[in-house]
Write a new protein. Structure first.
Length: 973
């Protein structure tokens, strides 16, 4: 009876509570917590206190939906990741880190560090997750550390302190937060007096399930024994912690609950046994093991067999080599992900791979595997497969993979693709991404492609298909296709656009094929969403369609190396407002470059070289403030270099060579902040080289002023320290060889030929340690050839001809063919912004061979070594040491006063093609061993004092007539 009387009272009290709670729900977050957030604002300026009066609606704050109390604070500087679950499980926790480690390190050097008052978080009684990542916090205010939170914040489970500057003194205060389940200490400074003891104190956190100590290189192997006391851990991360040598896995003996172990980016060579003599195998609950980027060898395979529950195994970037030892490895039938890329594994795929039926992701890329892929045909759960960069035999039909119904991603590029037409039935898979680039003959397009309808990304480049049309059906069948690359596929015929229009395609590359005919006039309407289009290196002709102007999203357009004619459509220059890269080089386009209707303000790369454009450099380009590369070379432009280019602060490459420009080099060119490549060769420019060039001393890498009318001397202040290529030939420059290049230790090419330089070749020439091409032809240099030239290890071509040099030839002088040239020897490359391509300035060098001057591209010169000392006043004998010059292609010592015999050792110059010793005072016989010079194409010893018989006319010597020997009165035969 009493209970019946009490019931209405209880209901009334409950109603009052609900009404009060409802009132609070209407008001939003608690006022004391809102006030506390305002107090945090000075330290975390990104807290958006003005966005709403209800702090639960703020971007960095998450509240309990019932109590409206703050449960999550995301005060990390970088990526904001909101965890949707109010109480996420341990394996759902998301780690945050700065967008870019290098970017963060740059900030770390600039930002002011500060101390945190942890008591500011006391008002948040139900706080569950606190992220303070990337805030440059050094430590806590004295007596206001995290230990202050231990009694009040008993619901705090997730604490992220990564990417700060805490030292090991923070560890003792953290050990008081008994409710913690996840602690992230990545990339701090746990390198104080005794960080190891501090980490041991964290073992008091008996509910801790996730611990991340990554990016603390000084911890080393000693940290392992301390972690054995963390019995509650389920996930342990020790990435880049200085672990090395053999790791004793029994150090983790007490971690019976460990499911995830991340030991990547260390220097581990092997693992100790996972088997305890008395207690049997350890770490049997382990599901994730990341050992990538270490120094592991094949012994690792024998350790893994006991890990029967392993689901995710990462062994990429190690030192595994030879065959895959799979005896125990294939017993791990629960594996879902297996990454073994970037090793040196050889041989065929193990057939026991078929046991791994749970495998969803497999990465074997960047190894040396060979044979077929039949071992993969039973992996029914496989969704993601990367076999690229091996020597595997991949059938174009993908027949072995037909039954893998879940397969969505396949990369098998850079293997051996062979034609296999045996499968005409539809495969069970529906791919989203496929990459089969390189190498082999593909026949017709693989039949399986006709049955694919979910493709998003397709790359089939460098496979030679026997198809005479563009596969427009691939676009029509796959309406979600965003990327299609068919580079160098021997495709021919006209280019067809899909019907109806494809509204999703963003990236199309059909470069380096044999497509011909006109580019469809309606291309802009049928492919309206393109952001990147590369149709270069084909046989397209006709005019550029104006409908390109309808592609408002187009950022990259490359139509270079075709046979297009006409002008640049005004609609393109006006409508493609997002265009960043425009490459129309090497066509037959003509007329003025741009009209006044121009809105390509976002251009960063403009390549119009190798056309028939005329007129002046257009003023329309003055609005392109982001322009980094401007190449207008090899056209018919006239007038002066415009002054407005001075305001283009992003300009790094400027090439207007081979035009008809006149006037002087503008002084402003030295005022541009990042200009590193200048090519104004073969114009009608004149005057002095401006002193303003001295402002380019740090950034200048490439300078070509050749074939103009420049005069005077180089400015004394011009000392480019990072320059790699210098071409000043065929001007009227004078004076001694300037000290300009004295400290140019990166200089590869120095071409000062055909000028009026005088004086001695300076001894500091030995400072140019990377010099390969030294061309001083037809100047007024005098004195002896400096022996300092012998100290240049990369010297490949020397031309000192047509000077007034005297004395003997240094016996130590040598040149060496480069054979395989690094990029900076062959040409200077500059990457497109946002494009997987590059543009180049490739210069030519004039060199006399076989008594004629030829112009060589440097990619040809890399296989040659040559010395030309002709037309000087050299005396003495020819050094016998020249026989040691490797791959000498040409030697010209003619028109000097050399004496003595022709060295018999010249017969060792087996690669020589041109040998000119004419017009000297040489004596003695012509060595008969010259008949062994099988590549000799030009031979001249005329006008000397040689005697005896001419060599027997066999081999190459049989191809030379009397003119090679004339002028030797004592020579007979």
């Amino acid at each position: 009876m009493l209970s019946e009387q009490m019931e209405p009272k209880r209901l009334a009290m409950l109603l009052v509570v609900l009404l009060r709670l409802g009132g609070r729900l209407c008001e939003g977050c608690l006022e004391e917590e809102r006030t506390a957030l305002f107090q945090l604002k000075p330290f975390f300026s990104f807290i958006d206190v003005d966005s709403s009066s209800n702090c639960c609606e703020w971007e960095r704050v998450k509240c309990n939906l019932i109590t409206n109390r703050v449960t999550h604070l995301f005060l990390n500087v970088s990526n904001i990741i909101i965890v949707e679950d109010v109480e996420p499980s341990w394996d759902d926790i998301i780690y945050t880190k700065p967008i870019n480690d290098m970017y963060y390190d740059g900030w770390r050097n600039k930002m002011k560090f500060w101390y945190l008052n942890a008591s500011l978080f006391l008002p948040f009684k139900e706080l569950h997750t606190l992220s303070l990542s990337g805030n440059f916090i050094v430590g806590c205010v004295h007596n206001e550390g995290f230990e202050k939170l231990s009694l009040e914040l008993n619901k705090l489970e997730i604490l992220d302190l990564s990417y700060n500057n805490f030292n090991d003194s923070i560890l003792s205060s953290l050990s008081e937060l008994s409710s913690l389940k996840s602690l992230n200490l990545v990339d701090n400074l746990l390198t104080g007096t005794n960080p190891i003891n501090g980490i041991k104190m964290l073992s008091k956190l008996n509910q801790l399930e996730i611990l991340d100590l990554s990016n603390h290189y000084d911890l080393g192997n000693n940290v392992l024994s301390l972690l054995n006391d963390f019995a509650s851990l389920k996930s342990l991360r020790l990435q880049d912690c200085g672990l090395k040598g053999t790791i004793n896995m029994l150090e983790f003996n007490n971690m019976m609950n460990l499911k995830e172990l991340y030991l990547c980016e260390n220097k581990i060579k092997s693992l100790g046994s996972l088997f305890h003599e008395k207690e049997g195998p350890k770490l049997t609950k382990l599901e994730v093991l990341d050992l990538s980027d270490n120094m592991l060898n094949n012994s690792i395979f024998s350790y893994l067999g006991v890990l029967s529950n392993l689901k995710y195994l990462y062994l990429d970037y190690n030192k595994l080599k030879g065959r895959i030892h799979m005896k125990d490895f294939c017993k791990m039938t629960n594996l879902r992900e297996l990454f073994i890329s970037n090793n040196n594994l050889k041989g065929s795929l193990p057939m026991c791979f078929s046991n791994l039926t749970s495998l969803e992701r497999l990465d074997l890329s960047f190894n040396d595997l060979s044979g077929n892929i039949s071992a993969l045909k039973s992996l029914a759960s496989l969704q993601w497969l990367d076999l690229s960069y091996n020597k595997l035999q991949i059938p174009s039909s993908l027949g072995y993979l037909f039954n893998l119904s879940k397969l969505q991603y396949l990369s098998a590029s850079n293997n051996i693709i062979y034609v296999d037409e045996m499968h005409s039935v539809a495969p069970r898979f529906q791919l989203r991404e496929i990459s089969l680039s390189c190498c082999g003959n593909g026949g017709s397009f693989p039949q399986f492609l006709y049955h694919q309808h979910d493709l998003v990304d397709v790359t089939l480049s460098h496979i030679h298909f026997k198809v005479n049309q563009f596969p427009f059906w691939l676009l029509e069948n796959n309406t979600n296709l965003k990327r299609l690359h068919l580079v160098n596929c021997s495709l021919s015929g006209p280019f067809q656009v899909p019907f109806p229009s494809h509204l999703v395609l963003e990236d199309l590359d059909i470069s380096n094929n044999f497509f011909s005919g006109n580019i469809p006039t309606e291309i802009g309407a049928h492919l309206p969403s393109l952001s990147s289009l590369n149709m270069s290196k084909n046989d397209f002709n006709g005019s550029i369609p104006s409908s390109f102007g309808d592609m408002s999203s187009l950022q990259i357009l490359d139509l270079s190396n075709n046979q297009l004619f006409g002008g640049i459509p005004e609609h393109l220059a006006w409508g493609c407002s997002s265009l960043e890269i425009l490459a129309l080089s090497n066509n037959t386009l003509q007329g003025p470059i741009f009209s006044t209707n121009f809105s390509l303000m976002s251009l960063s790369q403009l390549q119009l070289n190798g056309n028939n454009f005329s007129g002046m450099i257009p003023n329309a380009l003055s609005n392109c403030s982001f322009l980094g590369t401007l190449d207008l070379s090899n056209n018919y432009l006239f007038g002066k270099i415009p002054s407005w280019i001075e305001s283009m602060y992003s300009l790094s490459t400027f090439d207007v060579s081979r035009n008809q420009l006149c006037g002087r080099i503008p002084k402003w060119m030295g005022n541009t902040s990042i200009l590193g490549q200048i090519d104004v060769a073969d114009n009608h420019l004149q005057g002095l080289i401006p002193r303003a060039f001295c402002n380019l001393n740090r950034q200048l890498q490439f300078l070509d002023l050749s074939m103009n009318n420049f005069s005077g001397i180089l400015p004394s202040c011009f000392k480019p320290s990072n320059i790699e290529e210098v071409y000043l030939s065929k001007n009227m420059l004078q004076g001694p060889l300037p000290k300009a290049f004295r400290k140019s230790s990166f200089l590869v090419t120095l071409d000062l030929s055909y000028n009026h330089f005088s004086g001695h070749i300076p001894n500091w020439i030995s400072n140019l340690s990377q010099l390969s091409y030294l061309l001083l032809k037809r100047n007024h240099f005098e004195g002896e050839i400096p022996i300092q030239l012998c100290k240049l290890p990369h010297l490949s071509l020397i031309d000192l001809s047509l000077n007034n040099l005297s004395g003997g030839i240094p016996s130590c002088l040598k040149v060496t063919a480069l054979n395989k040239v690094p990029d900076h020897y062959s040409w200077i490359s500059y990457n497109f912004l946002g494009a997987n391509r590059s543009i180049s300035i490739e210069e030519s060098i004039e060199y006399t061979i076989k008594s004629r001057s030829y112009t060589y591209k440097k990619r040809i010169l890399q296989y040659m070594a040559g010395i030309d000392l002709s037309c000087n006043k050299l005396t003495g004998e020819i050094p016998h040491e020249i026989k040691n010059i490797l791959m000498l292609f040409t030697l010209n010592l003619s028109h000097n006063s050399l004496t003595g015999p022709i060295p018999r050792a010249f017969s060792n110059l087996r690669d020589i093609e041109s040998l000119d010793l004419s017009y000297n005072n040489l004596t003695g016989n012509i060595p008969p061993e010259f008949a062994l010079l099988h590549f000799l194409q030009y031979f001249n010893v005329s006008y000397n004092n040689l005697s005896g018989k001419t060599p027997e006319r066999i081999g190459q010597l049989g191809t030379f007539d009397e003119s090679s020997y004339v002028g030797n009165p004592f020579l007979c035969g």
